[in-house]
Write a protein that binds this ligand. Structure first.
Ligand SMILES: Cc1cc2nc3c(=O)[nH]c(=O)nc-3n(C[C@H](O)[C@H](O)[C@H](O)COP(=O)(O)O)c2cc1C
Length: 379
């Protein structure tokens, strides 16, 4: 086994093992990918202050998210098709998160269903909801999440209508995966991936079972799914979801202070500053650039988290410095899963925690909760 020292190593391994169409689905962004790149570039441009002469023995990176203990300020973001990177990937990722002590969010667009994951873990996980045109279906998903004892609902607001990822079209991404002339050569080079994914409980969208019309490929399936997202989704509907759910509610996909204020006024428990990892509005600003204004607008009324471009503990500390209480990671753990299954997700979490611990200490902090803008150099 190669020595894995950073998230990029997991990405390299995942690229070697996972079918190209699935790897690219994880890795790439929408349209010109300007926002995808900005998420990384803007994080990297933030310089940390190196401080010396401070006792940094006895450190802690622990925190709380929604009042729940977390081993570090990092949760697993909802990632569609996780279970095509590794058989039963959602169950494995949820288990890795549970053992590590951080929250896991199951996507509506997962391969394993809510019930599959419920059966595979022993502590509550979170469920991410896409509101579909069929409100009866949205209500049914909420009830299923309740029955599975999910401890928070993450409502995604930035995908009322789908952005296009050119590479998915070029690759002919299909769910369940198909063997075509175009994909055969790639899949032949990846027999380990193919045999593993074939063994999985499911190969298609577990939560949508019984709802999907007979479709042989994502060309038709994706058209069908694209037609299911509700473009009329408004703040009124957010109130409706809040009422239906009745538990901890997180709104994901907020970039603008105006929207953050509205969200906070609805009394939600957290908001996620996010541009969907550069997969939706191409040309939107990076989430790290959007963060300070959102934090200011919300004025402590709700927890503010950030996702988009987090690949290291250094990135987590940068987000905390600019006012995020916590972060979510998408690709960082998906690469880990694609590389080595559950062990890879655990490895991704361990890497980020170790980097966060050392970085915090070298900035002169003993506790992550002490991070302030003062640990960053002005631009
Ligand atoms: C492959 C992939 C699938 C995703 N699927 C979903 C999804 O089903 N629901 C959702 O709310 N966000 C989804 N997202 C967005 C993530 O929850 C998160 O916002 C994003 O990955 C953060 O950026 P990062 O990947 O740079 O960490 C997905 C992201 C990726 C990479």
């Amino acid at each position: 086994m190669p020595v894995v020292t950073c998230i990029d190593d997991l990405r390299t391994l995942a690229k070697k093992r996972v079918a190209k169409a699935i790897f690219d689905y994880v890795d790439r962004g929408s349209y010109s990918e300007a926002t995808l790149r900005a998420n990384r570039a803007d994080l990297e441009s933030l310089a940390l202050r190196q401080r010396v002469g401070i006792d940094v023995d006895h450190r802690s990176v622990r925190t709380t998210m929604l009042g729940q203990e977390a081993a570090m300020p990092v949760g697993l973001a909802p990632v569609g098709l996780t279970g095509l990177n590794w058989a039963d990937g959602e169950i494995l990722a949820a288990r890795a998160a549970e053992r590590f002590g951080v929250p896991y969010t199951l996507s509506t667009m997962s391969i394993c269903s809510i019930e599959d994951v419920y059966g595979g873990v022993s502590k509550p996980f979170w469920f991410q909801l896409y509101v579909m045109r069929d409100r009866g279906f949205a209500a049914a998903l909420i009830e299923r999440a309740k029955a599975a004892k999910c401890s928070a609902l993450v409502l995604t607001l930035d995908l009322q209508i789908q952005g296009q990822r050119h590479q998915d079209l070029k690759n002919g991404l299909a769910v369940p995966p198909r063997l075509t002339l175009g994909t055969a050569f790639d899949i032949m080079k990846k027999p380990g991936w193919a045999l593993n994914v074939l063994r999985g409980k499911r190969k298609s969208f577990g939560n949508l079972e019984g709802r999907i019309p007979d479709a042989k490929s994502l060309t038709t399936l994706s058209q069908w799914i694209a037609g299911q997202f509700d473009p009329t989704l408004s703040w009124k509907d957010v109130e409706w979801v809040k009422k239906q759910w009745g538990g901890k509610l997180v709104l994901k996909g907020i970039l603008e202070p105006e929207d953050a204020k509205t969200a906070a006024s609805l009394g939600v428990d957290a908001i996620v500053v996010s541009n969907h990892g550069g997969r939706q509005l191409d040309g939107a600003i990076s989430s790290i650039r959007a963060l300070p204004e959102v934090v200011q607008a919300v004025g402590g009324k709700t927890e503010v988290w950030l996702d988009g471009g987090i690949r290291s503990g250094q990135d987590v500390l940068r987000a905390l410095a600019l006012g995020a209480k916590a972060t979510l990671i998408g690709r960082a753990y998906a690469y880990g899963l694609g590389a080595m299954g559950e062990a890879g997700v655990t490895r991704a979490l361990e890497l980020i925690r170790a980097e966060l611990d050392v970085t915090m200490a070298l900035c002169g902090l003993r506790d992550v909760k002490q991070a302030t803008p003062g640990i960053l150099r002005p631009a």
